[in-house]
Ligand binder design. Structure first.
Ligand SMILES: Nc1ncnc2c1ncn2[C@@H]1O[C@H](COP(=O)(O)OP(=O)(O)OP(=O)(O)O)[C@@H](O)[C@H]1O
Ligand SMILES: [Mg+2]
Length: 465
């Protein structure tokens, strides 16, 4: 790329200028006062997620220029007053790219060309993702929970507000994504922190005992009830009750649970005396409760009561940027537990971990890191040090016999004729391909013949992200 518009008159210095901006590892863009691009390098297109295009789209340009003028919390002054860059601001942006979430710093301001009295807009983009991972400064680190992912950060930014309110919370996400840890953090940050947090895994209690486990029983209520016993609701009085695997609550108990959460009262098994409590309920599930509601296996009224504050935790494969950070974090944990502190990871092993789809999410990673340490060769984590599932993982082949969408073969979604309707059909193709690829975006993008960033943009457009 380089100089686009020769209104940017650099006379004899032009070749030198072009060489410099082409070779720069940072992105650069110069525009006139109206935002018309005069000069840019390929790096800025790649960094801003448009590596499949030769120039930044108008939408991206407008978004970037707007960032500089938005509220002061987005843009912070970059240089000291009086310096030549004193109108420059720095903005931090997270961008989805085919390497996962990237952290960018954008420096933006105006430079006046003295002899022509023209103001040029200048944007410089710097990718600091690896720096962040290497220096170990995640955007969020609290109570051992770390993330740099934009979606997670937006959840965590509401944490204080969420913790303050007594409203029920429903945490949804695959196993091992951090639901229990987040529930504990919410309790710790809530005004109930000095009262008990009682945890109950609904899947771990036999169905016939669950009612008594939740609400308690009186002596003689059933065979074996030799003593009066308080249930978990009473144990959590004043505090928080975490109901894990809430999808496992049998239908016949759901009405009673709804009343306990809504009206904060219930009768222990075998008793007609109403017990009143003050309990905040956080529930967690890795099941699709909405689907269960539609299929008649979960009460709609209970679902809506549980999900006053719904929180969706994305799987680890959708926040690839978190992988190096979490690896580093768990390596330090191992060192603290007595493992050697000079074990290094080879780029091949790192690549495998970045490509893997982590069905067991963070929990699986904790175990994989320990496995890798134990099997390290000469203090190096090599591919052979990794658990078999990671070593043998191959990005799923494009859906032969898995889905029947002939239109996908041999054609890029991008190549569709302009006039062809691309609404629901395209969304459905993307949805099915993602499903066939187990949610792995890299694999789905490959199968669709588009790059991961384009897939991500389309997913956002169709509300699939
Ligand atoms: N972002 C994170 N940073 C650090 N540790 C994490 C993070 N997310 C999860 N973990 C750790 O991963 C493990 C699994 O997390 P957790 O038990 O909260 O998952 P879960 O979603 O409740 O799983 P399940 O559905 O099986 O109950 C825990 O040891 C937790 O501390
Ligand atoms: Mg859990």
């Amino acid at each position: 790329m380089g100089i686009i518009d020769h209104q940017l008159n650099l006379t004899g210095a032009q070749p030198l200028f072009e060489t410099l901006i082409t070779c720069m590892s940072d992105g650069i863009l110069i525009a006139d006062e109206n935002g018309r691009v005069l000069c840019q390098n390929d790096t800025i297109c790649k960094m801003l997620g448009e590596d499949d295009s030769k120039a930044l789209s108008r939408t991206t340009l407008d978004r970037i220029f707007n960032l500089a003028t938005q509220s002061s919390c987005a843009a912070v002054a970059y240089a000291q007053p009086g310096s030549p860059l004193d109108n420059f601001v720095r903005v931090q942006e997270q961008i989805e790219s085919d390497q996962g979430t990237r952290d960018l710093e954008l420096y933006m301001g105006t430079v006046t060309l003295a002899d022509e009295n023209r103001n040029l807009k200048v944007v410089i983009s710097h990718d600091c993702t690896d720096q962040k991972a290497v220096t170990g400064h995640p955007a969020f680190e609290q109570q051992g929970f770390i993330t740099n992912d934009r979606e997670m950060l937006s959840i965590l930014s509401r944490m204080e507000q969420i913790a303050d309110s007594p409203a029920p919370i429903l945490l949804m996400g695959e196993s091992g994504t951090g639901k229990t840890q987040i529930a504990r953090m919410i309790h710790e940050q809530s005004p109930r922190a000095d009262k008990p947090l009682v945890e109950l895994n609904c899947a771990a209690i036999p169905e016939q005992l669950l009612e008594s486990e939740l609400f308690g029983h009186v002596k003689g209520a059933f065979t074996g009830a030799t003593q009066k016993r308080k249930g978990r609701f009473q144990a959590a009085h004043g505090g928080t009750l975490l109901l894990d695997e809430i999808g496992e609550i049998p239908l016949h108990l759901q009405a009673k649970l709804l009343r306990a959460i809504q009206d904060q009262k219930f009768e222990p098994v075998g008793s007609d005396k109403t017990v009143k409590v003050d309990v905040r309920v956080i529930s967690a599930t890795n099941q699709d409760l909405k689907k269960m509601v539609n299929e008649g296996n979960f009460r709609a009224d209970l679902f809506y009561r549980l999900a006053v504050v719904p929180i969706n935790i994305p799987p680890l494969r959708d926040r690839v940027g978190d992988i190096p950070l979490l690896l580093k974090h768990f390596c330090s944990d191992l060192t603290e537990r007595g493992y050697p502190d000079d074990v290094a990871c080879t780029p091949e092993a790192m690549r495998m971990m970045m490509d893997y789809n982590w069905p067991g999410n963070v929990r699986e990673m904790i175990n994989a890191v320990e496995h890798a340490y134990i099997c390290a060769v000469d203090k190096a984590v090599v591919p052979e040090s990794l658990p078999q599932d990671i070593r043998h993982f191959t990005v799923p082949a494009p859906f032969t016999n898995i889905i029947d969408v002939p239109s996908l073969y041999g054609r890029r979604v991008d190549d569709m004729p302009q006039g062809q309707p691309r609404g629901n059909g395209e969304a459905e193709e993307i949805r099915q391909t993602l499903h066939a690829c187990n949610g792995n975006k890299s694999a789905a993008a490959k199968a669709l013949g588009i790059d991961r960033t384009t897939l991500w943009r389309r997913m956002r457009k169709f509300g699939l992200a």
